[in-house]
Design a protein around this ligand. Structure first.
Ligand SMILES: Cc1cc2nc3c(=O)[nH]c(=O)nc-3n(C[C@H](O)[C@H](O)[C@H](O)COP(=O)(O)O)c2cc1C
Length: 438
């Protein structure tokens, strides 16, 4: 049996699955349920002194959508889109204190951890909330620089607004890290392009790790009524977001090498494995448990364990980051890889007149021959589309010989097609091309 345990930022977890900060960690009863279901940790719903963020949770609204963008009725499958609005914990920090102390002990009794989450109104309130969390004995705190909702709240500066600004993010992180000894993990927002800069800034300010990522801000329309769902923009997530989250996990893992906990897009153990292989050994599961109930959690743990056993991974470290380390660094590296071409096996092709491979080849590399499909090696660029659209699995890829690779003159623009210099004028109008060489 695989060893699922891991050390994350100095805290030992019995396996990689913790419950994300959301409604399933918003009351002592459900947190206890998570512990009993075997969670390795629970991140409490963000504790706050921002009145409107607490009020928003009392006004939560959900639109769980299927692949047709209709409201789901009943069974939720892996294609779900979770469009919703919710704030931070609407129970005050003062009321939470005795529960934090008691629940932390309860969790630790079962080898689990209650983890703090903070979202303050001012820099001082971030510090105060985190000190309270530490004083209650919790071993780690997450700073929520990822929530999309404060940005839609007049007069509030929090969540993703902080997470989009490396300087402000670093300032809040530094102040909290000076004030507490427990590891501080920063939850990042994907609603930006500078996420790696923010991760670097908070690492340099003292963060022990980052969470990649919170959810996106979205907008969804009910086309029957012509109205926006939930009245306007809201948070959006689902498994569709996983590849976008992994892109950031991949970049942080390769460029910064700091501890990452993965969030945003997990439905089952297969998604968890993807996050781990990309570089996030600890993962957070959220909306899927809101939709399927806490009883779904043990299936994820068993699924992960079975996967590791059946694929020969002895422990979490042996899977962590393997895909990111195998990825090309850039397209220059990609271009150095040998060129491939496809060939159709005439005996495996059960219906040469179906022509789906020819229709989905955009490089003139497949042609209808006499009773079979012919491959034209010189045209095939090795895109592998035909290997996936062929219903008979009749295509295979081979390395293309030197003579059939694109000639060196391929990218030269033919003389006489346009006059050199003809288009220079419009570009000159106020547009600086100084960075473009040649
Ligand atoms: C209804 C709802 C409430 C949430 N509340 C919080 C919160 O209070 N604090 C926080 O850091 N993240 C919050 N999140 C974000 C989740 O913790 C998690 O990062 C996100 O849902 C992506 O993970 P998932 O794909 O497993 O749902 C919330 C998400 C949802 C759907």
């Amino acid at each position: 049996m695989a060893d699922l345990s891991l050390d994350f930022c100095g805290v030992k977890f019995k396996h990689p699955i913790v419950i994300a900060s959301l409604e399933t960690t918003n009351s002592p009863e459900v947190i206890r349920e998570c512990v009993d279901a075997g969670a390795a940790g629970m991140i409490i719903k963000t504790l706050t002194d921002i009145e409107d963020m607490a009020r928003l949770t009392q006004n939560s609204k959900y639109a769980i959508l299927n692949e047709k963008n209709e409201l789901i009725r009943g069974k939720v499958n892996k294609n779900f889109v979770f469009y919703s609005r919710s704030g931070y914990s609407s129970t005050s920090l003062r009321e939470w204190i005795p529960h934090l102390i008691e629940l932390n002990k309860y969790a630790q009794g079962q080898g689990s951890h209650l983890i703090g989450s903070a979202g303050g109104k001012t820099v001082q309130s971030w510090v105060d909330i985190c000190r309270t969390i530490e004083d209650c004995g919790l071993p780690m705190v997450e700073l929520n620089f990822g929530c999309p909702h404060p940005a839609m709240m007049p007069g509030v500066h929090g969540g993703s607004m902080i997470g989009q600004d490396p300087e402000v993010a670093a300032e809040v992180t530094a102040r909290v890290c000076e004030a507490v000894k427990i590891p501080v993990v920063i939850k990042l927002t994907p609603d930006q392009s500078r996420l790696v800069d923010v991760a670097r800034a908070v690492r340099d300010a003292g963060a022990a790790g980052v969470t990649a990522t919170n959810r996106y801000t979205g907008f969804s329309v009910d086309i029957e009524t012509g109205l926006p769902r939930l009245g306007g923009p809201a948070g959006i997530g689902g498994v569709w977001a996983k590849a976008l989250s992994l892109r950031w996990v991949h970049r942080i893992y390769n460029e910064l090498g700091m501890p990452i906990t993965g969030s945003n897009g997990i439905y089952d153990h297969r998604d968890i494995v993807e996050f781990i292989m990309t570089g996030a050994p600890l993962v957070q599961v959220g909306s899927v448990l809101m939709l399927k109930g806490i009883k779904y959690l043990p299936h994820m743990i068993t699924g992960l364990n079975d996967f590791m056993d059946s694929h020969g991974y002895p422990d979490v470290a042996s899977m962590t980051g393997i895909a990111s380390r195998a990825a090309v660094k850039d397209y220059a590296e990609q271009f150095r890889k040998p060129r491939m071409h496809s060939e159709i096996a005439a005996d495996a092709c059960k219906n040469p007149s179906c022509t789906i491979c020819i229709q989905t080849c955009f490089y003139d590399a497949l042609a209808q021959g006499d009773g079979s499909v012919e491959s034209i090696h010189a045209n095939c660029i090795g895109c592998e589309m035909c290997t996936q659209t062929c219903p008979f699995d009749a295509t295979a890829m081979f390395t293309t010989s030197e003579e059939h690779r694109a000639s060196k003159t391929f990218f030269q623009i033919a003389d006489g097609v346009f006059e050199h210099g003809k288009f220079d004028k419009p570009f000159d109008r106020g547009i600086k091309l100084s960075k473009v060489k040649g």
